[in-house]
Design a protein around this ligand. Structure first.
Ligand SMILES: [Zn+2]
Length: 186
């Protein structure tokens, strides 16, 4: 009984708030259409990020969700960049993290610059920073040290995209909570 009562109250509160909100929008004429969760998610998945080509290590900007692509001007495969978070990474230059790629030996470029996918080979490899790898003592490394190196290898997002991603996360949370209350109030 108590639960039902609370639900009823909740529903009324939401309706009053919705009414108030609607009125405010009409009065100030600033009724900006709220985006759907799908729209926010799409922007999040297509944020611009850095891709690096396999041979010439050319940096290219492309949407995050493109996966591996063929870089038309050079005909090389371009992979999304990983950043090494190791503060003592030998590849680090100033405050810039070292960027690297995890290549996939099953991929190649076809005669018409198309991406060719070969049969799968072995297990999926975790991204490993090649600059750190060159100075690591793999024989004597503890499991904790190995795990730390794995955590340091993270998908790279340029600072502008990372900042936008944080805004989108907030927007998503706001819309999600709003829609959640609406469902609960019905
Ligand atoms: Zn490194």
């Amino acid at each position: 009984m108590q639960t039902a009562g609370r639900k009823f109250m909740g529903s009324r509160t939401v309706k009053s708030l919705a009414l108030l909100y609607g009125t405010v929008i009409i009065i100030c004429g600033c009724g900006k259409q709220e985006r759907t969760l799908e729209e926010i998610e799409l922007e999040r998945r297509t944020l611009p990020t850095v891709f690096i080509t396999q041979e010439s290590r050319t940096h290219v900007t492309a949407p995050l969700n493109q996966g591996v692509v063929v870089h038309e001007p050079t005909g090389e495969l371009a992979y999304p960049a990983f950043a090494c978070g190791n503060p003592n990474c030998p590849g680090r230059e100033g405050d810039q993290p070292f960027l690297f790629i995890q290549t996939d030996p099953t991929l190649s470029v076809g005669p018409n610059n198309e991406l060719v996918r070969g049969p799968p080979k072995g297990a999926f490899n975790m991204p490993v920073c090649p600059a750190c790898l060159a100075v690591r003592d793999l024989e004597n490394e503890t499991l904790q040290e190995q795990a730390q190196y794995m955590r340091w290898a993270e998908e790279y997002l340029p600072p502008e995209s990372a900042a936008r991603e944080a805004e989108l996360d907030e927007e998503y949370q706001r819309v999600y909570e709003k829609s959640g209350r609406r469902v609960g109030g019905q």
